[in-house]
Write a protein that binds this ligand. Structure first.
Ligand code: GLN
Length: 203
């Protein structure tokens, strides 16, 4: 543990991990890129970034990180996944590529590229009471939706038509959108609270 009491890893196999490192460091956390299973022992929490979940899945298995990470999640490691990272955390992936696997942990079914090819990317404002009263500007890039939320998970935010785009389950957090690129750090702060809490409990 360091820097305000927490070392947070960012899975750095692929995707926009640099943006997450920057946000976490701006909030006073010691943030480190994670590529190997051996590095999992040094962190109090992990962010899985946006990118391409099918590629992240293949790389995490090829690098031997997937199995140990799955075990760490089951063991209570706090993990926050954005977009592709949310897909990695979902117990069930809909519209994955052939053979695509997730790490799992979140009791949800997530559909990849769910907003259709016409509307690959869009921005909107979301009400997310868990992180504060003020609405959050959210950027969606070929984003997944949470198609079903299981009993163990809780929806934190939905778009106007009711489709769920943020979920929480114990130490796990997932958003379809990308708070790491908008400058609104409330989700990262919310996650850091979980990380610090979990680190204190384990100490
Ligand atoms: N469509 C991507 C996937 O399936 C996710 C896009 C993103 O992370 N911005 O992994």
């Amino acid at each position: 543990m360091a820097g305000n009491g927490a070392t947070v890893g960012v899975l750095a196999l692929q995707g926009d991990f640099r943006e997450h490192l920057k946000v976490l460091r701006s909030l006073g956390a010691a943030a480190v890129p994670v590529r190997r299973a051996s590095e999992l022992g040094e962190i109090d929490g992990l962010v899985i970034p946006g990118g391409e979940s099918s590629v992240m899945d293949k790389l995490s298995r090829a690098f031997g990180v997937a199995g140990p990470l799955r075990a760490a999640i089951a063991d209570g490691l706090p993990v926050y996944g954005t977009c592709a990272g949310l897909i990695m955390l979902a117990d069930t992936i809909l519209d994955g590529i052939a053979g695509q696997q997730s790490l799992g942990g979140l009791d949800v079914a997530v559909r990849r590229n769910a907003f259709g090819s016409q509307v690959d990317s869009f921005e909107t404002d979301l009400d997310i009471p868990a992180v504060g009263e003020e609405s959050m500007h959210a950027v969606f890039i070929r984003a997944p939706i949470v198609e079903s939320v299981g009993e163990r998970a809780t929806a934190l935010a939905s778009v106007d038509d009711g489709r769920v785009v943020a979920v929480e389950q114990g130490n796990l957090l997932g958003t379809s959108f990308h708070p790491e690129i908008t400058g609104d750090t409330r989700f990262h702060e919310y996650f850091l609270q979980k990380v610090r809490q979990a680190a204190r409990t384990a100490a």
